[in-house]
Write a protein that binds this ligand. Structure first.
Ligand code: SF4
Length: 109
């Protein structure tokens, strides 16, 4: 029997455990909920973001079409939605409301 065998086996066990741990940490970070976009965020204000598209006045927002909202926008990542909010390509690092709307709205193809 090789006297180094136990330490080699132990090393491999630790390496596998570390790799498994890193995989779990990476998965947890990827699925962590993003902060919600605040309506008073400067970019949100510039694009007229609201959390409830039903409250948009079409007379004041020429770009708004009744019945549209973030959930039907091409920039909304519905697959990552959590609690009615999901990432939006127009606001990196933030989650927007499915019922929201802004002037960057782009209908899904
Ligand atoms: Fe909503 Fe689309 Fe505006 Fe993003 S770009 S906030 S998904 S309407």
């Amino acid at each position: 029997m090789n006297p180094t065998e136990p330490s080699r086996r132990r090393f491999l066990q630790l390496a596998l455990a570390s790799a498994a741990g890193l995989t779990l940490v990476n998965h947890a970070s990827a699925s962590a909920a993003l902060p919600h976009l605040a309506v008073d965020d400067p970019t949100a204000k510039a694009l007229g973001y609201v959390e409830n598209a039903a409250k948009v006045d079409p007379a004041k927002e020429a770009a708004f079409k009744k019945g549209t909202n973030c959930a039907s926008c091409a920039l909304y990542t519905a697959a990552q939605a959590e609690g009615g909010y999901a990432p939006c390509a127009a606001f990196p690092g933030k989650a927007v409301a499915a019922k929201g709307w802004c002037r960057a709205y782009a209908p899904k193809a």
